[in-house]
Design a protein around this ligand. Structure first.
Ligand code: NOJ
Length: 550
């Protein structure tokens, strides 16, 4: 494995409160997660991304913090967290945590002090305006649930800025004291042993908010400062950022204009996510090819994080209205499946009609594209959603471990569970659970284990260069390749229903002895790559040659 571990990582994200409950109070906890680390190691996960772990009133699933230096007491103690880091490390698993410092909860003691008096030492930690800012009805992140970005606080007798919900006042990053505190928070968790941070809402963190200016300037240098700080404290720690901005704005998040990678190590590839959904909906890889072509080239060390599902709605806002409607039609036909006028609040298995072939195809494609794959808990067994729950909660139901009551997630009375388990229909825990799939070598879980192991034998996917193979292709088929010092892999993915035959013989002279290392069925000899069959919804991962370095 190369030094840049994050380029060859398999990231798995989870909410502690819905993963595994060890003490029977109905809420998942750190000890419960420790008990599942062997499961994660077997799956092949090398990095865990934990959604917010701090104390919180939980009005936005923990993205509203009241204490950055502690863990939510429902999850356990700091001692338990240190144990988790140790146990994960023993299994070769790194842990990164969500760092949500664009805002706090309005119940955070800093905000409570700030609003209490203009003389509070914390007053300038937040963003205030004496007058009602004229742009307060612009820039909402949660349209339909949020009416403004500035709200009046009667106690403070001033307007405060909140890019997200009203209960999430933005911190004032122009204040050096706030910047120093953010660095201290990061240093604290690094000292405990986390391997880095998933940084929430980065474009808003660096926004130097000016009341009345809906397009306030951004301070990119702050990202350089944070990177330096993190790297001095732990040289292999990473910053994986959420920055859902237009592609042409992305390069400066990775590094300054000189092309140096001196800012964030990784960004989630939101553009690719939307295009992948479009490609799956249309059964046509063209939009993925466009995405590969159009995404900016990254500086050395910069890396994309790819995903199909995460903990939020699938954000289709960067597609055109027509494209978005195509995705809605296929994957979110009911109004109830959609959210904020831009996305879909469903898991992938129900979106793909629980069609095993399509699920394998989708995940084989995601994991073979350039970047580091991120997998959301429960996707590996094909969990579904509960649309009777409000908003994003639909896709945040407890992990389905077994046939036991509460899906083996908790021994609490069902009404005490943090969220109900899915217990009806094709995705109910009686049908979809880990116990059943562990003992079945043909299960989706067994497939994920195999697929991830195969990927880890092909480090060129994460740390090499991945390109579209631009030769004539039958409709529906995408061919791409990954090259690096460890060798070359070629990938065929057929997004359509028709069986296809592909000629890649122009690549053959480079080949040692090409073989299928992962495929939806046995295709026989690869030979000279001239008449490669790939079934409808089929895929083939072909090792073309091994490099000297292996
Ligand atoms: C992005 C997170 O993914 C989302 O869940 C949250 O609501 C917002 N940031 C605000 O923190």
């Amino acid at each position: 494995m190369g030094d840049r571990w994050y380029q060859e990582a398999v990231v798995y994200c989870l909410d502690i409160d819905t993963y595994a409950d060890s003490d029977g109070d109905g809420v998942g906890d750190i000890r419960g997660l420790i008990g599942r680390l062997d499961y994660l190691a077997r799956l092949g996960v090398t990095c865990l991304w934990l959604h917010p772990i701090h104390p919180s009133p939980n009005k936005d699933d923990g993205y509203d913090t009241t204490d950055f230096y502690n863990v939510d007491p429902r999850f356990g103690t700091l001692g338990d967290f240190a144990e988790l880091l140790h146990e994960a490390q023993n299994r070769g698993i790194r842990v990164i945590i969500d760092l949500v410092v664009n805002h706090t909860s309005d119940e955070h003691p800093w905000y409570q002090s700030a609003r209490s008096s203009p003389d509070s030492p914390y007053r300038d930690w937040y963003v205030w305006s004496e007058e009602a800012p004229p742009d307060r009805h612009q820039g909402m992140v949660f349209p339909g649930e949020q009416n403004e970005t500035w709200s009046y606080d009667r106690t403070a007798k001033a307007w405060y800025y909140h890019r997200f919900y009203k209960f999430q006042p933005d911190l004032n990053m122009a204040n050096p004291k706030v910047r120093a505190e953010v660095k201290k928070i990061m240093a604290f968790w690094l000292q405990l042993g986390v391997a880095g941070f998933r940084m929430d809402a980065v474009p808003f963190i660096i926004e130097l908010t000016e009341p009345g200016n809906a397009d306030s300037p951004k301070d990119m240098e702050f990202l350089t400062e944070l990177r330096q700080h993190v790297q001095w404290r732990r040289s292999d720690a990473i910053l994986l950022a959420e920055a859902n901005v237009e592609p042409d704005q992305l390069p400066v998040y990775f590094g300054d204009s000189g092309g140096s990678a001196n800012r964030l190590h990784m960004l989630f590839d939101f553009m690719l996510n939307g295009r992948l959904m479009l490609a799956l909906a249309r059964q046509d890889p063209e939009s993925v090819i466009e995405a590969l072509r159009d995404t900016p080239k990254l500086p050395e060390g910069g890396q994309w994080a790819t995903f199909l599902r995460n903990h939020d709605e699938i954000d289709l806002s960067r597609l055109t209205t027509e494209q978005r409607n195509q995705v809605y039609e296929q994957f979110g036909p009911d109004e109830d499946m959609r959210l904020y006028g831009r996305g879909i609040r469903r898991r992938l298995a129900p979106m793909l009609g629980n069609d095993r072939r399509r699920l394998e195809l989708a995940y084989a494609l995601q994991f073979s594209l350039r970047g580091t794959p991120v997998l959301r808990y429960g996707e590996e067994i094909g969990m579904g959603e509960d649309l009777s729950l409000p908003g994003r909660e639909a896709i945040r139901t407890p992990m389905q471990w077994s046939y036991k009551e509460n899906a083996g997630f908790s021994t609490a009375e069902p009404e005490k569970l943090v969220r109900p388990v899915v217990d009806k229909g094709d995705f109910g825990y009686q049908q979809v659970n880990v116990t059943a799939q562990r003992s079945d070598p043909r299960s989706l879980l067994a497939w994920f284990e195999r697929m991830i192991r195969t990927l880890r034998e092909a480090p060129e996917v994460g740390s090499g260069s991945t390109t579209h193979i631009d030769v004539p292709m039958p409709p529906g088929v995408l061919a791409h390749r990954a090259d690096g010092p460890t060798g070359t892999m070629v990938f065929l993915h057929n997004l359509g229903t028709e069986d296809a035959e592909v000629d890649l013989s122009s690549l053959a002279p480079e080949a040692d002895q090409p073989i299928d290392v992962l495929s939806d069925r046995g295709y026989g000899e690869v030979g000279k790559l001239e008449r490669l069959k790939v079934s409808g919804y089929g895929y083939r991962w072909i090792r073309l040659c091994r490099g000297q370095a292996v």
